[in-house]
Design a protein around this ligand. Structure first.
Ligand code: FES
Length: 176
């Protein structure tokens, strides 16, 4: 006949029971931690979104302002082919050059040389942009450096002609 003596088997199963309860508790803890983590993450995302909202609105308004940022340069009738005029764009601190090429195109760039910021001039005979400081040359068609020390393009300024007036309407800075 079998007796139910408290022996090794009984204490073993008691230990197993304790382990099982511990495991269940641990699983519950993990679930709770996961839930708390998700809640915290969602809360942080919402808070971050709200915190950056003013910047997003400002960026949108800023873009709109950029689109509206047009500066009158010159009456085209006063700028014959083969001549140039200086102006400032997009701010009063950004000197620029508008060239009416011999072919009748309008080309505009910021005129601070990309080497050491000397002013760049229109060289009519060779139809290039020249920086006299260290003999830097830029292609009139695209503002790319073609000779001398400059390595970067001149910032390109987009123009529009409305009722005979040339306006600067946008700027494209290429390669910093
Ligand atoms: S500043 Fe223009 S080439 Fe040096």
């Amino acid at each position: 006949m079998k007796t139910n003596k408290p022996g090794r088997n009984q204490s073993q199963s008691k230990d197993e029971m304790v382990n099982l309860v511990n495991n269940v508790n641990r699983q519950e803890d993990l679930k709770l931690n996961r839930r708390a983590f998700l809640k915290a993450t969602a809360g942080a995302s919402v808070a971050l979104g709200l915190a950056t909202l003013p910047f997003s609105v400002h960026a949108m308004i800023g873009d709109f302002e950029d689109e509206e940022h047009r500066v009158e340069i010159v009456n085209l009738a006063d700028l014959p082919k083969g001549s140039s005029v200086t102006f400032y764009y997009p701010t009063e601190n950004d000197p620029a050059l508008l060239v009416h090429t011999m072919a009748g195109e309008l080309k505009a760039y910021n005129s601070a040389c990309t080497h050491l910021m000397c002013p760049v001039f229109y060289e009519k005979e060779e139809e290039v942009l020249l920086c006299p400081c260290h003999k830097g040359y830029f292609d009139l068609n695209n503002g790319h450096p073609i000779a001398g020390p400059p390595q970067r393009e001149l910032p390109l300024i987009k123009t529009e002609v409305v009722n005979g007036i040339v306006y600067a309407v946008d700027r494209q800075v290429r390669h910093g």
